[in-house]
Design a protein around this ligand. Sequence first.
Ligand code: NAP
Length: 285
Amino acid sequence: MSAKVLNGTELAAKVKAELKVKVEALREKGINSGLAVIIVGDDPASRVYVNHKKNDCAEIGIKSFEYALPASTSEEELLELIDTLNNDSSVNGILVQLPLRKHINEDRVIAAINPEKDADCFHPVNVGNLMIGKPQFLPCTPAGVVELLEANNIQIEGKHCVVVGRSNIVGKPQAILLLAKNATVTICHSKTANIADICRSADILVVAIGKAEFIKPEYVKPGAVVIDVGVSRGADGKLVGDVQFSTVSEIASAITKVTGGVGPMTRAMLMKNTVKATLLQNNLL
Ligand code: NAP
């Protein structure tokens, strides 16, 4: 059996086309949508991500404001910039590219963003709203995974979903979103015993650990759906996921690829949150 490849690039293009129409309609009412992206230092991977986000904004008609700050920027300076952007009505969404440098406290920075402008959905208020089932925004990567499943008519309700990874930006919110869709959810992490057995009991397996090709066929039930969130760089410099695609795609029923799977969906969900923030701030929701 060869798995169906779930195409995130195609679906993200569709989502962005729909958002473009909404953004144009807003502009006709005299409302512009704007996203501020802050990058501290010159990490090449972060630079690539920020450039992608700027391109997405341009494609949809969202105005992007880039703040490329030197690596020496202090936490106070960053907090001052966030305060300015919180009070700037042309900025609807604020995103701070993570990870930040060690001398800056990420938690304090995230907490400084106005929750109504928290396009990444990392602010504790938005995370809390998600936990109680009343989300204002959805976390981008987990929401992208759910949209990819639903757009491909993959049933979540009643299924056993295993999420490997428990980070605040992927694993934990992924589990909450799948639970909200009435799945039965198990979360695995680096201290989980018998992880292969647990993964093999999954109808839907979502892997977000950042360990190249960790998931091999012995972790996968034949016919399962496998979503690969991880991105690492292989010895040859190429991007590689957490799942060994060549072997797992032989036994799964559906699978994502790295690249062209979850990554484009994450970015599309960021655009969705920015448009939603624009609507919220203009009392249109
Ligand atoms: P993270 O903060 O480093 O968290 C990694 C998680 O994986 C931790 O919970 C860790 O467990 C768990 N883990 C590590 N090794 C493991 C193992 N051998 N077995 C089981 N669990 C293990 O990473 P993240 O931010 O969640 O990102 C995960 C991956 O997704 C990375 O490759 C990242 O680049 C990628 N990512 C992709 C997108 C996208 O759009 N495609 C978006 C975000 C992230 P402990 O908690 O026990 O340490």
